[in-house]
Design a protein around this ligand. Sequence first.
Ligand code: SAH
Length: 215
Amino acid sequence: MIDFPKARLKMVEEQIVSREIRDPRVIAAMKKVPRHLFVEEALQSQAYSDHPLPIGEKQTISQPYMVALMTEALQLAGKEKVLEIGAGSGYQTAILAELAEKVYSIERIRSLAIKARQLLYELGYFNVEIKIFDGTYGWLEESPFDAILVTAGAPDIPQPLLDQLAMGGRLVIPVGDAFVQDLIRVTRSGEGIKKEDLGGCRFVKLIGKFGWDDE
Ligand code: SAH
């Protein structure tokens, strides 16, 4: 039997804290959410390893460090309304649900959305809503959002997401080609839009109207 809680604490020390993730709330959430439940049983022994893992439908659950980095970049204090594009396994959704008031997440692949929804409900995350749709349109009825996180790589920042970002809000999104991207943080303030490059990353494609074409 694998001691999952122990593996999780080790993951947080060796992959998160040692790589300069500082936000104590992000660290606490990473210590708490049972990541191994978000992958299939055969992969559970690798759930706390330092890399992404397949979740079916040619998609992946992101590397733990990347989840921590993106989450920290959103600067969540607890009261935010958050939009996530790409629920996938629902792991990142759970981390956001720990740190914000309400999380709206969009996933284009039905089977993944249904599985994530079920698991998050079983784990008691009642502040999450998952919709099956093309997330590049955002979620207009629930906008504006204090924070928006895109967990798939985009050719450009989808305009609807910029439009649905609240004043003072943060949008974090991988932007680049189909193979490598830069993690970009957009902050909206009274002076307009500020963009920062948080470093290189590698994500599956954001497929949709304001993303890549479906191949
Ligand atoms: N955050 C997820 C990562 C999943 S990988 C996790 O922790 O497991 C990225 C996900 O984005 C995939 O599930 C993919 O189907 C989804 N995706 C890609 N383009 C999308 C779009 N336009 N709208 C919604 N979801 C999209």
